[in-house]
Design a protein around this ligand. Structure first.
Ligand SMILES: CC(C)(COP(=O)(O)OP(=O)(O)OC[C@H]1O[C@@H](n2cnc3c(N)ncnc32)[C@H](O)[C@@H]1OP(=O)(O)O)[C@@H](O)C(=O)NCCC(=O)NCCS
Length: 172
């Protein structure tokens, strides 16, 4: 499936994307901001295979849906939702490759994806969880229509430290 944006497309991930995705995810910021990132290409391939299985599940029963951001055949990032409850809610997640950041791409992709997610999954609520130090992600979500609902204090344990998470959401 393809969603057309201005200067990019969102397309379903394929196994051939594994190497490019793995390379992008070696970036320090991404490793810092996510709880975990794949340790090798095999892990990326496993994730892609499990996503491809989800594409083939009826959308009312699908648990996740994710797209790569493709700019002229180059992978510029990913966006998706998980924990989908059809007709109700889901949690979003995204990253933009380092060389494409700071140009409004994350926000443009998010705005387009939010429309797709609400329509396709008949959502009432779309949530994003962001570490409190991740200002770029919080700003991107706010610009895409999410509102800050609160802080989950000491919500995650990573590298021996408890981390606070911002919860942002769009409800309709
Ligand atoms: C978060 C991320 C997806 C944003 O993508 P992007 O394409 O750079 O986002 P945009 O260019 O649309 O910028 C969004 C806003 O964040 C702001 N921003 C960027 N870096 C920032 C920083 N370090 N501190 C504060 N604001 C920042 C931008 O200025 C912009 O706001 P503005 O238009 O008001 O100036 C990208 O930084 C990323 O992939 N980070 C690593 C992975 C990650 O953190 N994913 C999210 C996990 S919750």
């Amino acid at each position: 499936m393809i969603i057309k944006g201005n200067g990019f497309i969102l397309r379903h991930v394929i196994l051939k994307d594994a190497e490019a995705i793995f390379k992008c995810l070696q970036d320090k910021e991404t490793k810092k901001n996510f709880m975990s990132t794949p340790k090798n290409i095999e892990e990326v391939r496993r994730d892609i295979k499990s996503q491809i299985k989800q594409y083939n599940v009826d959308k009312t029963k699908r648990k996740s849906d994710s797209f790569v951001i493709d700019i002229n055949g180059e992978i510029a990032g990913e966006i998706g939702i998980h924990d989908i409850v059809w007709g109700h809610k889901a949690i979003s997640s995204s990253w933009v490759a380092k060389s494409f950041r700071g140009k409004g791409l994350g926000t443009a992709v998010h705005k387009l994806f939010v429309r797709y997610a609400f329509k396709n999954y008949k959502l009432k609520r779309l949530q994003g969880n962001v570490r409190t130090f991740n200002k770029a992600s919080a700003r991107m979500l706010e610009k895409s229509g999410y509102k800050l609902e609160g802080i989950l204090r000491k919500n995650k344990l990573k590298n021996g430290k408890f981390r606070d998470d911002m919860v942002l959401a769009i409800v309709r």
